[in-house]
Write a protein that binds this ligand. Structure first.
Ligand SMILES: Cc1cc2nc3c(=O)[nH]c(=O)nc-3n(C[C@H](O)[C@H](O)[C@H](O)COP(=O)(O)O)c2cc1C
Length: 288
């Protein structure tokens, strides 16, 4: 971090140091600059405020640097006015979480139909993962409380999302597992809305992981079905799943794509498919 400003404030018989610094986070998020204002006393950090350039949208002509500078001015003023109540009003200091990969698999069943073909793929994948000794969780985004990402970019300041909903458990499970399996039907050439909402919210995990300097680990497998015939129907779903795996920091393996489902109707009638899923899941679990 490049230091920009430092103020020493003597208030209530104590000396406080307010520092402001700038970081170029282009490596984490293209073009992002982040400003940090930190207050400390006797070498213990009392409060941190962060703001980044992506928070401010085209119709709000505010610059992150100005917001940080105003924070320095405001903190100095409030400290001189009433140090006790100012210090107790400071927000909690963001902490970086670290998590190791466990021998577990998370299966995200992305179709809103709980009894459709993706549900069958998910149950086959779950059986295979358990058979391979992995603790296995199947998530059904359609039944979860997942607020859409609103692009506030606060996660790049704090490492966590502003929304407290079922994504806390989803991110926790995915961050610890060895294998993530995404089961998705093709909906209007892409993934269903509920699954997309879940994927978008992983931006907060990307922020937590990359700002905490954690390298990605683990494997991602896509199992997808399309009503129409032809592999071109999976182009967008493959790209979306690939972007998701990249955000999570996991390496994708070759997907299993089943087209022509409107004609086939029940994929249990496809010879050898269940075995193919079993082998791919087993191989993916020993990859990492
Ligand atoms: C809203 C909606 C949009 C769909 N869009 C496509 C599409 O763009 N391309 C395609 O091949 N199939 C499309 N389908 C068909 C589904 O991909 C197909 O029926 C799939 O087998 C459903 O999976 P499920 O049984 O797991 O729900 C669509 C189905 C729905 C309900």
């Amino acid at each position: 971090m490049t230091a920009i400003m430092e103020r020493i404030v003597n208030a209530g018989g104590s000396a406080y140091r307010i520092e402001m610094g700038e970081e170029d986070l282009s490596g984490v998020y293209p073009g992002m600059k982040r400003f940090t204002v930190q207050i400390s006393s006797e070498d213990s950090i009392l409060g941190i405020m962060r703001t980044n350039s992506c928070e401010y949208s085209p119709l709000i002509p505010i610059h992150a640097r100005d917001v940080a500078e105003e924070t320095v001015t405001r903190w100095e003023r409030d400290l001189l006015r009433d140090p006790g109540s100012f210090v107790s009003s400071l927000p909690p200091i963001p902490r970086t979480k670290t998590s190791g990969r466990e021998n577990s698999a998370v299966i995200i069943q992305g179709s809103p139909r709980p009894t459709g073909n993706c549900a069958i793929l998910a149950s086959w994948a779950a059986d295979a993962a358990r058979e391979a000794g992995a603790e296995t969780t199947v998530l059904f985004p359609h039944d979860l409380d997942i607020h859409s990402c609103i692009g506030c970019y606060q996660c790049y300041n704090t490492g966590t999302c502003i929304f407290q909903d079922d994504m806390t458990e989803v991110i926790d499970a995915v961050s610890r597992c060895r294998l993530v399996i995404v089961c998705s039907p093709v909906y209007t050439n892409t993934v269903p809305a509920g699954l997309k909402a879940l994927m978008d919210r992983f931006q907060a995990f990307h922020a937590e992981r990359t700002l905490g300097g954690q390298a990605g680990r683990g494997t991602g497998l896509l199992l997808a079905v399309a009503g129409r015939t032809g592999t071109e129907n999976f182009r967008c779903v493959k790209a979306v799943a690939g972007a998701f795996f990249s955000i999570v920091g996991i390496t994708p393996v070759s997907p299993i794509l089943v087209d022509g489902m409107d004609r086939i109707f029940d994929l249990r009638s496809i010879a050898g498919l269940r075995e193919q899923v079993r082998t791919r899941v087993g191989d993916s679990l020993v990859r990492d």
